[in-house]
Design a protein. Sequence first.
Length: 364
Amino acid sequence: WLMSDNMHHQWLLLAACFWVIFMFMVASKFITLTFKDPDGYGAKQEPLILTAVTKVEEVHAPEEKHWSEEFQPTGKAFSGNLIRQPLVHMERLELLRNVCRDTALRNLSHTAVSKFVLDRIFVCDKHKILFCQTPKVGNTQWKKVLIVLNGAFSSIEEIPENIVHDHEKNGLPRLSSFSDSEIKKRLSLYFKFFIVRDPFERLISAFKDKFVHNPRFEPWYRHEIAPGIIRKYRKNRTETKGLQFEDFVRYLGDPNHRWLDVQFGDHIIHWVTYVELCAPCEITYSVIGHHETLEDDAPYILKAAGIDHLVSYPTIPPGITVYNKTKVERYFSGISKRDIRRLYARFEGDFKLFGYREPDFLLN
């Protein structure tokens, strides 16, 4: 009897253990379904995400229907930030057209489509692309893209740095090398783009690159151009230092700067206006990229040109495209307001055409 009673208690204890385990499993499942189920979270969130995307497309669809054929993307769906890109670029082109129509700025926004301009435009006939070179705005990378597209090299990584700017070896013809009728045809039919950045920050970049760092293979900037600017524009004749930014600003802001420009030849492309380089009011560009938003603009340009499946824009180091307000203010801090205003007067067309604000230190 005692043995039977002990076995009964063991069975009861075992049953109780199973019951506790069962209740724990049920409770655990309930907690998981209620608080941690990723499918449940997704089911609640997914309609919101889909609705948001649908609304963006519905807002932009009417605008896209009015695009001229020249400004149409390749027809592929945009994703992520690229959904908003068509509107951004349409607004840039609309601003450009409005400023071009402003008669008060006509002298600062219009220029002849001369050989100087045509020399700045590189051609990719294979993919019907024209790229206008605006130095100190990341142009080396875009030239590498076009070199690959033209077939001179199979990848960007294979292109030697000394080849990129060697126009006899890099496989990039200039638009000026074609006949008048061929130029007109390409300007009419091809996808055309160029890149801009804050005009004053670009001038600082040009000054640092050509007169401070001064690559060994470009000695003429330090040994020929700098002395020419110093002789004409340095106030303190006893000062023996190399070209200073103040000298550079005084030269660029001089209304009679052209007599020196002629002596300097094509080297001036690193600091002349975007208007003089690319004639944006005379040539109907498809896209104008901004250096400050290049992370978004570069993929958009490749997609809009229909070449995003063939080549990628080289990786952009973090922070390199961000406008450095502190740096700009530091460079201009020791320069007279008169000289800065004269400089702005020359580059006002670039500021207005591409939506850049007049610097705060000119307004104070």
